[in-house]
Design a protein around this ligand. Structure first.
Ligand SMILES: C[S@@+](CC[C@H](N)C(=O)[O-])C[C@H]1O[C@@H](n2cnc3c(N)ncnc32)[C@H](O)[C@@H]1O
Length: 277
């Protein structure tokens, strides 16, 4: 399952520029498609007054704060992330739930919580960066009570494409081998992992993600590092790479830019009988 070397998202604090990653999450949070998907994901957990919910790989904490408002003053929503920088940003966020939200540094492969501690658990765009998604899923299952929901969502980077003139270079830039993820095809594998982990009533959704803003795509798809890789590995010149990026920018100005990809969401129920069931 560990297809590739760790990517920047696997260890944000050790990266050359951790603030790139926090800024990246803050920039995409208001993106229309993502905001809608996040709201739907919160409701899919069926949060009710008093629930305890865990968000694994919580990043800058947007989902934790939104969920905290749904579980009322007797509920508890915890965000855990292996990046201290992320957790500091998350904890600095205004919390309208006044104390229902909490943030901890911790690793998805070894969650610092007791068995059955949560009513439901989620991990969004995290499994693509993990060394061992199977082990992490076992942890999500362990900390979720019997009858509780485990929810995981990730893209499949091999489905991503751009609609720009000159498909030749666009296809090379979007090659799955250059995707900013350790497990770029994890999206399509999640359902099988849930079944294998013994979760019940496993449901899969596959949604098309759409972007029309080339600047957002340039940042979050990491187009410049991809072009840099192509430059060092092939005949691509700096001038050609710059011209191509300019083509994207101009397509954006004409409102003709489009990027698409598929996001997979899987939800399953922890069976009665606990972690061995
Ligand atoms: C693409 S971000 C997604 C953040 C957030 N879930 C969201 O949807 O906005 C991936 C997050 O996973 C975290 N992460 C990566 N590896 C992790 C690990 N082993 N344990 C916990 N968090 C991890 C990163 O620090 C980052 O915050």
């Amino acid at each position: 399952m560990d297809e590739r070397e760790p990517d920047g998202w696997s260890s944000v604090d050790e990266s050359a520029d951790p603030s790139y990653y926090t800024a990246c999450l803050e920039a995409v949070t208001d993106h229309e498609w993502l905001a809608r998907a996040k709201r739907a994901s919160h409701m899919r957990l069926d949060p009710t007054e008093g629930d305890a919910i865990l968000d694994v790989g919580c990043g800058v904490g947007a989902d934790v704060v939104a969920l905290a408002e749904l579980v009322g003053s007797t509920g508890r929503v915890v965000g855990v992330d292996n990046s201290r920088r992320m957790i500091e940003r998350a904890a600095g966020r205004p919390d309208p739930s006044a104390g229902t939200a909490a943030f901890h540094v911790g690793d998805a492969h070894d969650l610092p919580y007791r068995a059955d501690a949560f009513d439901s658990c989620r991990a969004e765009r995290v499994f693509q960066h993990l060394a061992d998604p199977r082990a992490a899923l076992a942890e999500l299952r362990r900390v979720t009570r019997p009858g509780g929901l485990v929810w995981v969502a990730d893209p499949d980077w091999s489905t991503f494409g751009l609609d720009v003139p000159d498909d030749g270079l666009a296809e090379r830039v979007m090659d799955v081998g250059l995707a900013p993820a350790r497990n770029p095809r994890i999206g399509r594998r999640l359902r099988g992992l849930f079944v294998e982990a013994g979760l019940c009533d496993v449901e899969l959704d596959a949604d098309a993600m759409v972007w029309t803003d080339p600047d957002l795509v340039r940042e979050s798809f990491r187009l410049e590092p991809r072009l840099e890789r192509l430059r060092t590995e092939s005949e691509l010149s700096a001038r050609r790479a710059d011209e191509w990026l300019d083509t994207l920018r101009r397509a954006g100005e004409r409102d003709e830019f489009l990027a698409v990809g598929t996001a997979f969401t899987v939800v399953g129920t922890v069976p009665d009988g606990g972690t061995d069931g």
